[in-house]
Ligand binder design. Structure first.
Ligand SMILES: [Zn+2]
Length: 558
């Protein structure tokens, strides 16, 4: 039984409820925000402090088979960053791909209370759920890879759209996933069949299928909207990282035609080329991409900012990993997953003097600074691809402090800055209110998690309290208090309690007849028996099924 809590004298930033730095009390009881608590409730005096909902990471890579491959490939990372056990918390290792325990504790120590693992093969769902269960403090869920799925392709190719919808709902339900994820749609299938093949155009034929990425993307966007999923299709566009790819990104966003779609790590998809030169050096097209997102309210994005230093590229985009291995210069891994996906791991260091790395850094900042709607251009580094989540406080400082940003700009490759528009948006500084939107209220809203990212009555009692500090990196690095489900997990910067978060997943309705379509395919092509494939309920521990729009409507109008 957790005792009720009253937080007094803190300046509250709760954008979902329009509260912008107002000093007022905040009451927590039974894991929820409430209007009032008994007078003898424990008090926290938050004078001189900022109170926000717990952070929500909409896109990161923290659990499952590919994350584990990335851990295995860099043992040196673990030796150099040992996370010691304390009286209440468990031990682990850090680096760019921390162990499960360390992942949860380090997110919590930054004031984050929820994070979404962004790319899991259906076959990897069990492993992922086991690791997420082992990830302490934070709430979590995962996006399931469906954009290179052979059976779904067959149904699409044969025009069996209703069965396609049932099959997608079956895959989401049966793997206990949160949202459908597309990664370089069409490319992994090509890659498996042809040496070094990749998708370069939305209208390219996908290997043996009578399908194009354009058709595949359109079908998923439409079907996810028909199913009324809390989060729409989460799209990693084709041509990630390639010079001139911004045109593919624009085309992909146009496919949505007013329907909801989420474009992930859009920084990696905002590259132009120098006029008249098709050479290797990209330029920034952040303004064109930013303008498109600003003027299309159906589109949301997370930035996928690049931060200098060590990172690990881990992706279901197998051809991309093959390209990156040249730049990584060391160990790398590429792996296929049966009829479902591919994967690649490349340890990587972003350097401020390298033209392309400096340009990527600048484009990420530009996208934030050009955004007119912080609710739809939210915070991410695509951890650990653009940089570790441990770099979030520095990124926040870059957005809030123009002087600091200017000093950092002076250190990077200047030619890259000239090919970006970063100097033109140098006057903008994010406010605490806007930071609260891009790091918690916005991601929660985009995910359809109505009890997260805000501090209104009925919200989950996930609260972070920061000491105010002019140095925003310092301020956001070490919150004084972190409260999860009403429990004081961190007090005076120290862990006082351990905690297990919840798993969020969806269970959209489908016609069970679809199993008769799916089963023969398994018997012909999979290494696993159909009856062994669905993830059993015992893999769920503390969990919450987030209803689809039709399920929510049925619950309120029985
Ligand atoms: Zn990612």
């Amino acid at each position: 039984m957790i005792s009720p809590l009253r937080i007094v004298n803190g300046r509250i930033y709760d954008p979902a409820n329009g509260i912008d730095g107002v000093v007022r009390d905040l009451c927590l009881q039974d894991g929820k925000v409430v209007d009032e608590v008994p007078p003898d409730a424990k008090r926290i005096d938050a004078r001189g402090m900022v109170v926000m909902p717990g952070g929500v990471d909409i896109h990161c890579h923290i659990a499952g088979p590919k994350v584990n491959l990335a851990r295995k490939v860099q043992p040196e990372d673990h030796r150099q960053d040992v996370h010691l056990r304390t009286r209440v918390t468990r031990s682990g290792t850090g680096g760019t791909v921390p162990s499960t325990f360390t992942t949860g504790y380090r997110y919590a120590a930054l004031g984050y209370t929820a994070a979404m693992e962004a790319a899991v093969t259906p076959l990897g769902a069990r492993h992922t759920l086991e690791e997420l269960h082992d990830t302490p403090v934070i709430d979590k869920g995962f996006f399931v890879l469906v954009g290179n799925n052979v059976l779904l392709y067959r149904l699409l190719q044969e025009g069996r759209r209703e069965e396609f919808r049932h099959a997608l709902a079956w895959w989401l339900s049966t793997t206990k996933a949160y949202a459908p994820k597309l990664v370089n749609p069409g490319a992994d299938e090509l890659w498996k069949g042809e040496r070094n093949a990749n998708i370069t155009s939305l209208d390219q034929k996908i290997g043996p299928f009578d399908l194009t990425p354009r058709g595949v993307i359109a079908a998923f966007i439409e079907t996810a909207n028909e199913l009324g999923l809390p989060h729409p299709v989460h799209i990693h566009c084709n041509n990630l990282g390639h010079t001139g790819n911004y045109e593919t990104t624009l085309e992909t966003m146009r496919i949505a035609e007013g329907q909801r779609a989420h474009i992930t790590h859009i920084q990696f998809h905002s590259y132009g080329s120098v006029a008249g030169k098709s050479g290797d050096n990209p330029t920034s097209q952040a303004r064109v991409i930013g303008d498109f997102v600003n003027s299309h309210p159906n589109i949301s994005a997370d930035v996928g900012a690049v931060m200098f230093g060590r990172s690990t590229s881990m992706t279901a985009d197998a051809p991309l990993a093959y390209m990156l291995r040249r730049f990584g210069g060391g160990k790398w891994i590429n792996a296929d997953t049966e009829n479902e996906s591919g994967c690649g791991i490349v340890p990587f260091t972003y350097q401020d003097r390298v033209y392309t790395n400096a340009l990527q850094w600048a484009i990420g900042l530009e996208l934030f600074l050009l955004s007119e709607d912080p609710w739809r251009m939210v915070f991410s580094t695509d951890h650990p691809n653009g940089g570790s989540f441990m770099s979030y406080p520095r990124l926040i400082r870059l957005l809030m402090d123009a002087e600091y940003r200017k000093a950092e700009m002076a250190k990077v490759n200047q030619q890259a800055l000239e090919h970006s528009g970063l100097r033109d948006c140098q006057s903008r500084e994010y406010s605490l209110y806007e930071i609260a939107i891009i790091t918690r209220a916005g991601p929660a809203r985009l995910l359809g998690l109505t009890q997260k990212g805000h501090l209104g009555a009925g919200a989950d009692a996930d609260v972070t309290i920061y000491d105010e500090d002019p140095d925003k990196e310092k301020m956001f690095s070490t919150p004084r208090y972190v409260i999860k489900d009403g429990e004081l997990v961190i007090e005076d910067h120290e862990f006082r309690a351990d905690h297990s978060g919840r798993l969020f997943h969806v269970a959209p309705d489908y016609d069970s007849g679809i199993e008769k379509v799916i089963q023969p395919f398994f018997e012909d092509y999979y290494t696993i028996e159909f009856r062994n494939y669905p993830v059993a309920d015992r893999y769920l521990h503390a969990h919450q099924t987030i209803p689809t729009a039709p399920q929510a409507a049925a619950a309120t109008h029985p």
